[in-house]
Design a protein. Sequence first.
Length: 163
Amino acid sequence: MKQKKLTISYTEYNSESELPESIKNLIINAKKTALNAYAPYSKFMVGAAVLLANGKIVTGNNQENSAYPSGLCAERVALFYANAQYPKVAVEAIAIVALQNKKEVLNPIYPCGACRQVILESQGKQKTQIKLFFAGQNCIHSVDDASNLLPLEFDKESLKVKL
């Protein structure tokens, strides 16, 4: 038996002032769209803003449903829309913000497992890294590569059965 170890790197920013203007703007868009989330059950409103290589910003927010599995997270709403409307344009960055009682949460939140898988699929499809930014009142975290979110990833190569 051999034990192995995985590590990831992330960057912590103390405030938005440390970020480039394009990322500050992305976070602002994520906050704005979070206010329109449909979250009557959890009251946890999430906004995601996607920066495309053509400079466009696409946003999405969580959409809950009384039949819980029928809802969808903000990250997937934004990415699916971006991929549907701009299928040949790469995603450069994604900002994610959560609100409770219409106030930004203290600490950054991170995508669920399903969203991590969808982000990784988008990154693999476009063959360029996607930067992610997670904003909270206390700080902002970022990763330069979506594979840091799901290091033991399931991708198209995983579907090739080797006997």
